[in-house]
Design a protein around this ligand. Structure first.
Ligand code: THU
Length: 126
């Protein structure tokens, strides 16, 4: 099983494939499913802007489309070294598949771990 630092390294690897010609803001994400499988993803922008997919959702959708329903931890990294807090839409997708999961970010070069509840205290559920 990858440790937090190794998962963050995977997220940094993933932003190398980022397609971000409009914002030039390259993001990578890497996650671990409950059985230890690892998936990564990058942001994929679109000329319409609205069809853009964030790195977190790319990684989550890759895992879910392979049959996984429970994610334990996701790391997110921005190429420019800034801290890429997940957007509201990604947090809501995390609410679906990683309610008890952790989110790893780098704040000023320091690895920090948040619960989903800290970043999204009142996610929408049906
Ligand atoms: N973006 C992500 O991929 N993840 C985040 O956590 C924040 C934002 C992307 C979306 C868009 O391609 C670019 O960053 C600028 O918003």
């Amino acid at each position: 099983m990858l440790n937090d630092t190794e998962l963050m390294d995977k997220a940094k690897e993933a932003y190398k494939n980022s397609y971000a010609p409009y914002s030039n803001f390259c993001v990578g994400a890497a996650l671990i499913t409950e059985d230890g499988s690892v998936y990564s993803g990058c942001n994929i922008e679109n000329a319409s802007y609205g069809a853009t997919n964030c790195a977190e959702r790319t990684a989550i959708f890759k895992a879910v489309s392979e049959g996984y329903r429970k994610i334990s931890v996701i790391a997110v990294a921005a190429k420019d070294g800034s801290c890429a807090y997940p957007c509201g839409m990604c947090l809501q997708v995390m609410n679906e598949f990683m309610k008890d999961g952790r989110i790893l970010l780098e704040e000023n070069g320091q690895l920090v771990s948040y619960s989903l509840n800290e970043l999204l205290p009142h996610g929408f559920d049906l």
